[in-house]
Design a protein around this ligand. Structure first.
Ligand code: NAD
Ligand code: ZN
Length: 450
């Protein structure tokens, strides 16, 4: 929520307005947010006796009934607006359909919209809330690991436009965010792994303790859905909770002094220097988490080559990506791509590279002076290192599928709402996928998220 305070003064030939915006929003960890025994969410809607929820088709299918049961229990009328899934649906059309749903519902001043889903839906619906009546309150319930530890930590909301990712957007803080990690139970392992990469990012450059825990429990964290899958040990649950709490806290501490991203040396941009170019380079795009992992692993080798981190630390970083099944090297990560990626990112970073590297693990340094020769030498060294690891550094489930893109062969004929896809749906639409790739591959900066 935000509140603008400003004053006006007269100048010699006009007026001057000066003000500041007060931003205030909170997060609560709450497993079982739709459990009728937990009244925290209901309390926020009791004054209105009704709730408009925005959720994607998969969330509606998996959690729609539970949501209805919850609000019914508290005598609150629930209306759900269902959207399509996937990056293809991250458009103005989807955003405007949400605005229309708000209008039909007759959202009144201060009444919060409820947004439930992954980073995609919280971005699109958050942007609809930023726009509707210039600002509308909303409450966020992220349901993916990316959503829980990344997208819903920030106040950035956006849609793709004119071939550019997140080109139209706003900074719009929600009233509140409920962090319920039990949603991870139904999240496919590939999506958990994808989010794991962002936790490696935040810990490698900003929090050694989180890095240690990720390193200690890697495989179990992914396969047991951060301790939310049945049969998880208490030890794992405790470690996962500490990782999540610390990861979110560190990110908030790093980003809150820079909510509008004016400072461009950003620790959380570790892994986001060359990856925007790499992510969309393969015929089927890489998952975001895998693309940033290649960039992070390579940056760690670069740091090692420059003697900024020790051999032991370098091996720890590479070992973590390998254990997590994240991609450390890709055949299209070439000297040419490094040149292209460098040029593209410098345009968005005010003419400087600002490549974050661990210095040592748990802290960060920015490099601006890497020559092409040095980049290539590090690349060669990195390729040699990766050969020693399982799969020679290739990742598991590294490429996007229909659950990420919303693309399928029969798409709109099959189901106009979901685009034909459900969780577990098969990816069979290469041509459509390439079209999407072209649509979202911006001329500059590519698939930039951070
Ligand atoms: N605002 C930010 O700062 C920020 C940060 C990071 C990412 N993002 C954005 O987030 C988007 C990616 O988010 P994402 O990775 O969460 O993808 P997503 O929202 O597309 O979700 C991925 C898939 O998982 C499904 N899903 C969601 N929750 C589920 C659950 N609990 N169980 C089973 N299936 C579930 C979705 O329906 C979808 O098919 C991108 O558009 C990216 O730009 C924004
Ligand atoms: Zn990212």
């Amino acid at each position: 929520m935000s509140d603008l305070k400003a004053t006006v003064s007269e100048t010699e030939n006009g007026f001057h307005v000066e003000g500041y915006e007060r931003i205030s929003y909170g997060f609560s960890f709450l497993d079982g947010v739709f459990n009728p025994e937990r009244n925290e969410l209901a309390k926020m809607y009791q004054p209105w006796k009704r709730c408009l929820a925005i959720a994607d088709a998969n969330i509606c299918e998996l959690y729609g009934q539970q949501m209805r049961g919850y609000f019914q229990h508290y005598g609150i009328d629930l209306t759900i607006h269902k959207t399509k899934i996937g990056e293809k649906a991250k458009t103005m059309d989807t955003m405007l359909a949400i605005c229309t749903a708000m209008n039909d519902f007759g959202i009144i001043r201060k009444e919060p919209v409820l947004v439930v889903g992954g980073g995609l839906i919280t971005d699109v619906a958050g942007y609809a809330c930023a726009s509707y009546r210039r600002t509308t309150n909303y409450i966020r319930i992220p349901t993916t690991l990316i959503g829980l530890i990344d997208a819903s930590v920030s106040i950035k909301v956006a849609v793709n436009h004119c071939g550019h990712k997140n080109r139209l957007g706003a900074y719009h803080a929600p009233m509140h965010t409920f962090l319920d990690f039990t949603f991870l139970r139904t999240l496919p392992e590939a999506q958990v792994r994808n989010g794991f990469a962002e936790l490696i990012k935040i810990s490698t450059c900003a929090d050694l303790r989180t890095f240690d825990l990720l390193d200690q429990f890697t495989e179990k964290l992914i396969s047991m859905k951060f301790g939310r899958a049945d049969g998880s040990s208490q030890e794992l649950i405790k470690a996962a909770d500490e990782i999540n709490r610390r990861g979110i806290h560190v990110m908030l501490k790093l980003e809150t002094p820079n909510l509008h991203e004016i400072e461009l040396d950003r620790v959380i941009a570790y892994g986001h220097t060359w990856s925007p170019t790499l992510e969309l380079a393969p015929e089927t795009p890489l998952r975001h988490g895998h693309a940033i992992s290649v960039d992070m692993a390579y940056s760690a080798t670069l740091a090692f080559m420059r003697k900024e981190i020790s051999s032991e630390e370098h091996r720890r970083v590479l070992g973590l990506f390998s254990k997590a099944g994240l991609t450390m090297m890709h055949p299209l990560f070439t000297p040419e791509l490094l040149v292209k990626g460098t040029e593209a990112i410098m345009k968005t970073r005010d003419g400087r590279l600002r490549a974050a590297i661990p210095y040592p693990i748990g802290s960060c340094k920015f490099l601006n002076d890497i020559s092409a020769e040095e980049m290539n030498a590090a690349l060669k060294m990195h390729m040699d290192f990766c050969k020693e690891y399982p799969r020679e550094g290739a990742g598991i489930d590294a490429y996007v599928d229909s659950s990420d893109t919303g693309v399928s062969m029969e798409a709109d004929e099959k189901d106009p709402v979901t685009g034909g896809m459900k969780i577990g749906g098969t990816f069979d639409a290469k041509a459509e996928m390439n079209k999407l790739k072209e649509e979202i591959a911006g001329a500059v900066g590519g698939n930039e998220c951070c």
